[in-house]
Design a protein around this ligand. Sequence first.
Ligand code: NZQ
Ligand code: ZN
Length: 386
Amino acid sequence: MNDFQFQNPTKIIFGKDQIKKLADEIPANAKVLMLYGGGSIKSNGIYNQVTEALSKFEVHEMGGIPPNPEYEVLIKALDIIKEKNITYLLAVGGGSVIDGTKFISAAAVYDGDSPWDLITRQKPVTDGMPFGTVLTLPATGSEMNSGSVITRREMKLKLPIGGPGLFPKFSILDPQVVYSIPQRQIANGLADAFTHVLEQYTTYPAQALLQDRFAEGILQTLVEIAPAIMKDNNDYDAAANFMWSCTMALNGLIQKGVPTDWSIHAIGHELTALYNIDHARTLAIITKSLYTYNLETKKEKLAQMAERVWGVTEGDTQEKARAAINHIEDFYQSLGIKTKLSEYTEDYRGTAEFIAERFTERGMTGIGENKNLAPDDVAKIVEMSY
Ligand code: NZQ
Ligand code: ZN
């Protein structure tokens, strides 16, 4: 097991009708800016629950944060923050709204030339305006981590930002929000959380027995509840297990003491930036090719996953590893998610070379747990995903 430090300061308030506890979590004299997305919270009643809970606070609002939160939209919040002397941010939404709020939190206290520098300078963010979240879509884990991914559409860029200053102070997780989520987004949430575990587990053995069992437990739970929540998103128990699995998949716990990969995500973000494909679906496009390409270095963990998550008993390590790759693809497909780039765009030729060039320009010349996937390897993996 590798050495590690672990600190996660986010308070989780989980369960039915917990949104009303909002007022207990925000400092009494705070001036709040509530941030949300395209309006789903207005039709499903979450907006009313939040405004009611905050009736004693001075609350301003900014909606319109789009999926894959867009820099040009987010920086508009900075004017409101200045003008209204905002002291506290509240994200009400899925990963996009929460990620966008994290960026606004960092930008609100940044005194450099342009907020965009926060992203390009690639330094951990240590300071931000305090914020909490009301999660409306289980998927990313953003409600309990300090990461964020920001899009700048006119440059076709989607880049990460994060650091210890960007943990939410609290997050309210009421599984009943799942009742209004369209099936496509539920499938995305399941696939995204599943792949988060894969990125932190499917590397090489690190004698971290407990971390492996945590990771396998989340994978098994997602596989177990997926049919129920896909069939009926009003099933509270399935929704609760779905929600908590998504949070636990990316709150830092399972990555402690183990190597992590994250190359599926790095490549996937490029597909969203280029073709606007939903985040989770980009991961489903890349996973099989990446694991097949890296079979030799990943086969022990893949075989262990085959045995423990899917009960595979037949075959040697190599065969079990291949069985795991097929099970992963079957899982994505069982959610109605297509796993080839050509199923999303006709315009895919040249993508491999384009992404490889971008990685070279950015100095991403060795990615993955062994830091040995060069841009040429990335090109081959993307081409295998056409
Ligand atoms: O915009 P609104 O109207 O709210 O509608 C949203 C949006 O259209 C809708 N939705 C959310 N909650 C709903 C709902 N519709 C009905 N009922 C509800 N209760 O769902 C759509 C998608 O929302 P979005 O927030 O974009 O989805 P998700 O949570 O999957 O977030 C994706 C973003 O998070 C980033 C992704 O790259 C992407 O930009 N990620 C963030 C991570 C992190 N911070 O740790 C890690 C992830 O790997 C990921 O990269
Ligand atoms: Zn993800």
